[in-house]
Write a protein that binds this ligand. Structure first.
Ligand code: ADP
Ligand code: MG
Length: 700
């Protein structure tokens, strides 16, 4: 049977090949189905327009209707902005844009009535709206005469070809009557009933053209559920297949290496959480199938030693292990930490990165293949084709987010049977995100810091308070402690970045009351070996201050460092700030994290600083970060295409996720092959989904 939903988009009346091309490129709309699933991001409730004079501190988001009186560009460089004076019958307010200035300026016409949507903030004595949504108001526009007008995202390119929100809405309006009868239900009748879900066809109709507010909410709910339900089914299904297919190594024993380390070399007592997690890992690796485990723990919770002990179990069972890290600095760091922990034990450990010399590399490759090397640590150099193991038993991936799916797949395939996999995350992942992203992994959590730690004292200073900041640094340095000063990486311009760092360096070395402190500088333009050299100097205590861009963000472990000064702190994400803070407080001394900002903080910036002042708990921070930034921005998820949710927002829809998860589990448990009449609906759609996205669940 021909599936009308798969009709190519150019065949829709009014589209044609040129527009179709743009729709494909800009919005990923290839066929009818894609258009059907291209949901509005918001609706204009035409019945509700606010007046300028009504705006107050408590207004929240408002919708205004009026005209633009004037437009002007003010400020320069980063402060450059477009300011529009907007007026309705009752008063005027300023609209402000920092981005897309040129485009907006061309877009806005005199004497045209606009609908403006956004959140007013008070600026001086006046209100303004920064980056409002702005839309031409058209009296005659009555899309199917529904009370809510859907708004669709488009792009500048599309708008230039007249494909704006309205045009998309019209396309959907043309398409719907043709396909309505062919929209399949994909959730079984029981679940629909138990979860009170409306029919799919109704949901899809009403999400585009809501007949009423309740119907709109029901549609959104139903489609969010559907999305999360299939996300979970997909994960559960892939886990099922993996467990069946991959028997994995069976690490039956704990032997000399593990015991010798535990009883004679471990320099501290493990925390209860570390012990528990090691047990979980051990249990997994004993079989009957391959381990696929995510290890979560706050910065400084001691994941490295857990990783090492897992590798010792692998070694006791005559297999090799590797740790793969996203940066050379981090590889180097792990290598030196682990070498030191293993001192006095006869275990061959090597480092392999992009800067390993050719001759050394050749030797390493030979010794890996013969099995003389037991543990290897490295960057993506480890996944090159010429790297062969004698028998790889365990692969540990540190800072997982930064690796692409394909890279992980390669590591996975380096051995038969596939090695056990332990993924360590740099920062805690909120529960909902972990469930949707890594729902097929088992999760271990280290929820306890080593006992000797004192909570880090976090302080906020405006950059005018240099003397105070320097005072804190000086006091600690005079006690023999060390200090980090971190500048944000200015991504748009490496030169600007360096200049920034340079200025920081100069101000520290010249203006500092005691200029004889030794300073290390590390930045992105340096070669890995130079970086390593400077980091080593700092680590050995030869320098008092380490100035750097975010390269020290992950992995650096210098227990003697007690002050982390973060310059322009508002330019860092919340998780990054927390990561950086985690670089101090690793010894038994009181440590400080100093956040330096200007006065001109955005609300967002203020929220982040406040969150840092309020809590030291990484899980709490991760949850807040998810709320502040929204899931679309969580580091790495977008590039890796892992979190592919259109509608559901896991920072807000946790209850739907939990329901969807439990329903998915119920179905798979009852009918593992989805072969019963009841599961037939799910099966068809799931098969399509799995066909579309290569089974990335096999790779981590
Ligand atoms: P992270 O989880 O951030 O990778 P690390 O493994 O780098 O943390 O450990 C942070 C610091 O804590 C290291 O200096 C490590 O030696 C130390 N450490 C780890 N476990 C313990 C423990 N149980 N008791 C005391 N110190 C510990
Ligand atoms: Mg670490």
């Amino acid at each position: 049977m021909v599936d009308i939903l798969k009709t190519a988009i150019e065949f829709l009346k009014g589209v044609g090949p040129i527009k179709a091309d743009l729709l494909k490129k800009e919005l990923n709309i290839f066929e009818y189905n894609d258009l059907l699933n291209y949901y509005p991001y918001r609706y204009i409730d035409k019945s509700k327009v606010n007046r300028v004079t009504e705006i107050s501190e408590e207004s929240g988001i408002v919708q205004l209707k009026g005209k633009i009186l004037s437009l002007r560009i003010i400020g320069e460089n980063r402060a450059k902005r477009l300011v529009a004076e907007f007026s309705d019958e009752t008063g005027t307010i300023e609209l402000v844009w920092f981005n897309s200035i040129k485009w907006i300026k061309e877009y806005i016409k005199a004497n045209q009535t606009y609908l403006v949507f956004g959140k007013p903030t008070i600026f001086g004595r006046k209100y303004n709206i920064t980056h409002p949504e702005i839309e031409e108001f058209n009296q005659n526009e009555t899309v199917l005469s529904v009370p809510f007008q859907p708004l669709y995202n488009t792009s500048e390119k599309l708008k230039k070809k007249n494909i704006d929100s309205r045009a998309i809405s019209r396309m959907i309006q043309t398409m719907l009557p043709q396909i309505e009868a062919f929209i399949p239900e994909i959730i079984n009748a029981n679940t629909l009933k138990e979860c009170n879900l409306i029919r799919r066809e109704d949901a899809l109709f009403n999400i585009h053209f809501p007949k009423s507010k309740p119907l709109l909410s029901q549609s959104i709910y139903r489609l969010k559920f559907e999305e999360l339900y299939f996300n979970q089914l997909k994960l559960l299904k892939t886990r099922q297949v993996r467990l069946q297919k991959n028997k994995g190594h069976c690490f039956g024993k704990i032997g000399n290496n593990f015991n010798d380390f535990f009883f004679h070399h471990l320099p501290f007592e493990l925390t209860d959480a570390q012990k528990r997690v090691i047990k979980e890992i051990r249990f997994d690796m004993r079989g009957p199938s391959q381990m696929n485990r995510l290890l979560q723990g706050d910065v400084g919770s001691g994941k490295t030693v857990v990783a090492l002990m897992a590798m010792l179990i692998a070694l006791d069972n005559d297999t090799q292990s590797c740790i793969m890290t996203p940066t050379e600095v981090l590889s180097q760091q792990h290598y030196s930490t682990i070498s030191k922990l293993l001192e006095g034990m006869n275990i061959r450990i090597e480092l392999l990165t992009g800067s390993t010399k050719a001759s050394a590399k050749r030797k390493i490759l030979t010794d890996l293949a013969t099995g003389e090397i037991s543990i290897i640590i490295g960057t993506h150099a480890l996944i090159e084709d010429d790297v062969c193991f004698k028998n790889l038993g365990l692969t540990i991936i540190d800072e997982q987010h930064r690796f692409g799916v394909a890279q992980r797949a390669k590591l996975w395939s380096k051995n038969i049977p596939s090695p056990h996999i332990l993924v360590m995350t740099a920062t805690p992942i909120p529960r909902t995100l972990a469930m949707t992203l890594f729902g097929d992994l088992s999760v271990s959590i280290i929820d306890e810091l080593p006992k000797n730690r004192k909570p880090i004292d976090t302080l906020h200073f405006y950059d005018k308070s240099r003397l105070q900041i320097q005072g804190i640094m000086k006091k600690q340095i005079d006690k023999g402690r060390q200090v980090y000063v971190v500048f944000p990486l200015i991504e748009e311009s490496v030169n600007l970045d360096l200049k920034h760092l340079q200025e920081g360096y100069e101000s520290l070395s010249h203006d500092f009351p005691l200029p004889h402190y030794a300073i290390s500088v590390v930045h992105g333009k340096m070669k890995p070996l130079e970086k390593q050299f400077e980091m080593e100097r700092f680590k050995k205590g030869e320098t008092n201050i380490l100035i750097s861009t975010t390269v020290i963000e992950v992995g650096v472990d210098v227990p003697n460092a007690t002050v982390m000064v973060i310059e322009d702190a508002q330019r860092f994400g919340l998780l990054q700030l927390h990561q950086l803070r985690g670089r101090v407080g690793r010894g038994s001394d009181q440590s400080f994290c100093v956040l330096v900002t200007g006065y001109d903080l955005t609300q967002d910036g203020k929220d982040r600083i406040q969150a840092m002042l309020n809590t030291n708990d990484g899980f709490e921070i991760a949850n807040l970060d998810l709320k502040i930034r929204g899931p679309g921005d969580i580091e790495g998820t977008r590039q890796s295409g892992l979190l592919d949710l259109k509608l559901a927002d896991i920072s807000k829809d946790e209850h739907i996720l939990l329901l969807a998860r439990s329903k998915a589990e119920e179905l798979i448990t009852k009918d593992p092959e989805l072969s019963s009449v009841e599961s037939i609906k799910e099966k068809g759609y799931l098969t399509e989904l799995l066909k579309k996205s290569p089974s990335w669940a096999f790779v981590s």
